[in-house]
Design a protein around this ligand. Structure first.
Ligand SMILES: O=C[C@H](O)[C@H](O)[C@H](O)COP(=O)(O)O
Length: 239
């Protein structure tokens, strides 16, 4: 059996999602390696005359989008968006997600929450039967609350790890916060966990995106290019 080409899957999912964008839209751009394919493809459509405004969710996405000529708006300028394209670390059959593997969950959740449609693009490794059984759940915490928040997270049954860079220094988010990665020996129900996390002062946001996804696009290697879950919808493609 041939080994799956996950980069090909990401690209196929990204191309499909970019086909859903049409003239006049305000488009949210997520973060991560899968989104990079979408940003480059969107840049090609902009070069062909597609007229959009885009709101990036991280410094990295902003830089890439600017480099391919996508017109950009800042998050404070946005009130609502037509469509957001983003990646995910895990997605379950209800299209609920874990996000934040790259540490961009706070801006991503604000943009997703302001979007009429959230289109999630993933490769075939991301769909799982249940969340919280494999990928650690990222939460963003203000630096001075790290001790207090960690204590309360452990009381909820979580294993807590401060995310660090390869040189050992703490990872710092675009908002100057820290990321704690949570693991569970006995994974809780995501909705209940989300409620508990939202009640902890100093915990700014968590990576559970529940009930937000409109469409999940899974890139495939063989057969059809993509598998769609949730609502479909394809716009024009630049030739
Ligand atoms: O913080 C990062 C984001 O939530 C990403 O969308 C997520 O980690 C997926 O990234 P990738 O496409 O690189 O797997």
């Amino acid at each position: 059996m041939t080994k799956p080409d996950f980069e090909k899957e990401k690209e196929r999912a990204a191309l499909h999602a970019v086909g859903m964008v049409s003239d006049g839209m305000w488009v949210g751009l997520g973060s991560g390696s899968t989104i990079a394919y979408a940003v480059r493809a969107l840049g090609e459509r902009v070069a062909c005359g597609l007229d959009i405004q885009a709101v990036p969710t991280s410094r990295k996405t902003r830089e890439l989008a600017a480099s391919v000529g996508i017109p950009l708006r800042d998050l404070p300028d946005a009130t609502h968006l037509d469509l957001t394209i983003d990646g995910a670390d895990e997605c379950d059959p209800r299209l609920d997600l874990i996000k934040g593997g790259g540490g961009a969950l706070l801006h991503e959740k604000i943009v997703a929450s302001a979007s009429r449609r959230l289109v999630i693009i993933v490769d075939s490794r991301k769909p799982v039967p249940r969340l919280l059984h494999a990928f650690p759940l990222p939460v963003e915490v203000i630096p001075l609350a790290i001790g207090v928040v960690s204590f309360r997270l452990r009381a909820l049954g979580a294993g807590v790890t401060l995310r660090r860079l390869p040189d050992g220094t703490p990872f710092v988010t675009d908002e100057g916060n820290r990321i704690l990665d949570l693991t569970f020996v006995e994974p809780p129900e995501p909705t209940e966990l989300a409620r508990s996390l939202e009640a902890i002062p100093g915990l700014v946001e968590h990576g559970l995106f529940l009930g937000m996804t409109s469409t999940l696009v899974i890139g495939r290697n063989s057969g059809a290019d993509v598998e769609i879950r949730g609502s479909a919808g394809v716009g024009e493609v630049c030739s």
